[in-house]
Design a protein around this ligand. Structure first.
Ligand SMILES: Nc1ncnc2c1ncn2[C@@H]1O[C@H](COP(=O)(O)OP(=O)(O)OP(=O)(O)O)[C@@H](O)[C@H]1O
Ligand SMILES: [Mg+2]
Length: 230
């Protein structure tokens, strides 16, 4: 087991957002979390990534208890969180954006650039462009490439296709497809076409709980089952 989340509670101040949430992920798996707006999906990923600390329960990663580790320590263990809001350093160039991640991931710049190029070859044309000028899809591909710097073990990807044009969704889809075998992934996604095609397993979230865990491909491909949670 690479990641195990056992009955965690998470709150913002006094407002409890996650109650008794459990999930797990084996090395090499691509697991999805679906659920309505406000269900707690981002909170779950941010907690695993170390930005939030559970008040109860246990999180283990690669055999180590990591409940109280901070985001930087989780990153050092090989966990990368890809933000929902496609957050790039808008005033820096694409190269400088990659450079910052290369520094944090302790990787040479040319190796880091190669990692991004590997999943998004066209990025080589934009290295000197200000990242703020990229389209949403281009930012997402940059962020996915950047998350691979330093050879992570687990990517936590928050709604990778949200708000993107149809053509570029296809490109993001192909990247998520291709990364299987290279890195384990826990992905929040509301686009059921993407979930159907790529999910090894699916957890459905509702109001801060996980009422369903789908492991059967027939259930995962049956929109009626997933739509109950959207
Ligand atoms: N920083 C915060 N402080 C207080 N409450 C918050 C904070 N962030 C989120 N919440 C609340 O926690 C709940 C879960 O939010 P979260 O962002 O985890 O949901 P989500 O499933 O990711 O939603 P979406 O699909 O809209 O991204 C919501 O009720 C939200 O209003
Ligand atoms: Mg969210």
């Amino acid at each position: 087991m690479l990641l195990s989340v056992e009955r965690i509670n998470v709150a913002y101040g006094h407002a409890r957002v996650l109650s008794d949430v459990s999930l797990n992920l084996d090395k090499g798996e691509r697991v999805f979390v679906v659920g309505r707006n406000g269900a707690g999906k981002t909170t779950l990923l941010k907690t695993i990534a170390g930005f939030l600390t559970p008040t109860e329960g246990k999180i283990s990663f690669a055999g180590e208890t990591v409940n109280t580790l901070r985001a930087e320590q989780m990153a050092n263990l090989g966990v990368r969180y890809v933000y929902q809001d496609k957050r790039v350093f808008t005033r820096l160039t694409v190269r400088e954006n990659i450079q910052l991640a290369a520094f944090a991931g302790n990787e040479k710049l040319d190796v880091a650039i190669d990692r991004v190029v590997q999943i998004y070859p066209k990025i080589s044309q934009f290295l000197d462009t200000k990242a703020g000028g990229l389209s949403g899809g281009q930012k997402q591909l940059l962020l996915l490439g950047r998350a691979l710097i330093g050879d992570p073990k687990l990517l936590l990807i928050d709604e990778p296709t949200e708000g993107l044009a149809a053509g570029i969704i296809e490109e993001v889809f192909k990247v998520l497809e291709m990364l299987k075998g290279q890195v384990s992934m826990l992905i929040v996604e509301q686009n059921l076409a993407v979930v159907r095609e790529l999910a090894d397993r699916v957890y459905a979230m509702k109001e801060g709980k996980i009422p369903a865990h789908l492991t059967d491909k027939t259930d995962i491909r049956d929109n009626a089952v997933l739509e109950r949670y959207l």
